[in-house]
Write a protein that binds this ligand. Structure first.
Ligand code: GRF
Length: 188
């Protein structure tokens, strides 16, 4: 039974696209959910004939948390993949849905929303990317996979982030392949 996957994304969605294009994964992407109505990732989902949901934060955070939970629950995912989702997930969400996240740094180095900028500012010569289980903290859940990415002379945030994203696109697919056989299927 193919595992049901919901992707959370807020922006361009190139990581989401990598997952959608990975035809040899034993998964069915049942929805792409975004907190931004204008996110390019929603267009990518529509091109792939995949359901989309938009849950925008309109002030009341607990209400948004509940709306996101309810929207995702309706798709009955076995796994949630956060691929460039710029909101912190509630404790209730991550304790109910097995959730992984791709972070563009070698955690625990450079957690948070500006990992690439922080790595550049720190002057490191090696950074990388991490796929981890999401817990109620910020980029603090158990690490599943990591890959190193060099910082090159003349890098700025954009060139370094693109080099990292190229690695992320492969690592997120490989990591999903690694963990899907271990997932309990909710739809059993
Ligand atoms: C990725 O680098 C991810 O690690 C970070 O946001 C970026 C999303 O890129 N959280 P894209 O929108 O999938 O191109």
């Amino acid at each position: 039974m193919r595992k049901r996957v919901v992707i959370l994304a807020s922006g361009t969605g190139s990581l989401a696209q990598a997952i959608l294009d990975a035809s040899d994964l034993d998964i069915q992407v049942v929805a792409v959910v975004s907190d931004k109505a204008d996110a390019q990732v929603l267009e990518r989902a529509k091109q792939a004939n995949i359901n989309t949901s938009i849950v925008e934060l309109k002030g009341d955070r607990p209400e948004w948390d509940k709306e996101l939970f309810d929207q995702v629950k309706k798709y009955q995912p076995d796994l949630v993949v956060s691929a460039g989702f710029m909101k912190i997930l509630s404790a209730e969400f991550v304790s109910y849905f097995p959730t992984i996240n791709s972070h563009p740094a070698l955690l625990p180095e450079f957690p948070g929303a500006h990992a690439v900028r922080d790595a550049l500012a720190a002057g490191v010569t090696i950074t990388g990317t991490t796929v981890h289980w999401v817990d109620a903290g910020v980029d603090t859940g158990p690490i599943i996979t990591q890959m190193e990415v060099p910082v090159l002379p003349g890098d700025d945030e954009a060139t370094l982030h693109e080099r990292i994203k190229k690695v992320e696109r492969g690592l997120i697919v490989a990591t999903i392949a690694l963990i899907t056989p271990t997932l309990e299927s909710i739809s059993r």
